[in-house]
Write a protein that binds this ligand. Structure first.
Ligand code: IYR
Length: 232
């Protein structure tokens, strides 16, 4: 039997499980890997100032492939990652995003939201959209759209795409690249600029690159483990 390399819809197929027997990792190795991963993940920072240097494109593609291994509702894999390298397209995205952000920061967000953002130092100017050498625009497929126009509902789309973006950020960081989750609001312009189909809705823009030489980040403190973990 040949192993398919291209996914095709499985909707309505019967349950046909296959064995899953990964080698069990020795506890000592688990502990060492977990501690190392924890330390490396703690070094990740959201970056808003990027160097213009190019990034190895295969690293970005591999990170997207990692993200696409995420679990998803009914295994519907409701995501599309648009990798934008073209400087002119990035400039159009920046212009449209800044137009929306000007309205947001001028009051649309409201006082409480603006106060929450103050320690992060964000504003309506979004240089990362043109300075980062690549943008990954993540779209969620709200429903499956068949070639004949048929539609099928997708389940837990926000959760699935959120998990995939988390895995994307981890993969990029562990491969040595910096990123930002940028959510211009509203994001409809991204569908227009990138010509995405009607079943797709923009979820986030993830600029990717190396931090600028003079990059600065907010002096954030993360919650300690005992502030986030409840053991019962
Ligand atoms: N989308 C705006 C505002 C913004 C909102 C949150 I919540 C942030 O954590 C950061 C920014 C912007 O990108 O500036």
């Amino acid at each position: 039997m040949s192993i398919p390399t291209q996914w095709t819809p499985t909707h309505g197929d019967p349950y046909r499980p296959v064995p899953y027997r990964p080698d069990r990792m020795p506890v000592a190795e688990s502990l060492a890997r977990a501690a190392e991963l924890r330390a490396r993940m703690a070094e990740r920072r959201t970056v808003r100032q990027f160097a213009p240097d190019p990034v190895p494109e295969q690293v970005v593609r591999d990170a997207i492939a990692c993200a696409a291994t995420a679990p998803s509702g009914a295994h519907q894999q409701p995501w599309t990652f648009v990798l934008v390298k073209d400087a002119e397209v990035r400039a159009r995205i920046r212009a449209a995003a800044e137009e929306e952000e000007r309205v947001s920061y001028a009051g649309r967000l409201g006082e409480e939201w603006l106060a929450a953002l103050r320690p992060l130092g964000t504003d309506e100017v979004k240089p990362h959209l043109t300075e980062a050498p690549a943008l990954i625009v993540v779209f969620q497929q709200r429903y499956w759209l068949g070639p004949d126009g048929a539609r099928r509902k997708h389940y837990y789309v926000d959760e699935s795409v959120g998990i995939a973006v988390g895995m994307l950020l981890s993969a990029l960081h562990l491969s040595g690249l910096a990123a930002l989750v940028h959510t211009p609001s509203p994001m409809r312009f991204l569908s227009e600029v990138l010509g995405r189909p009607v079943n797709e809705k923009a979820f986030a823009v993830v600029p990717v690159g190396y931090p600028a030489a003079d990059c600065r980040v907010p002096d954030l403190v993360r919650k300690s483990l005992d502030q986030v973990l409840v053991e019962v």
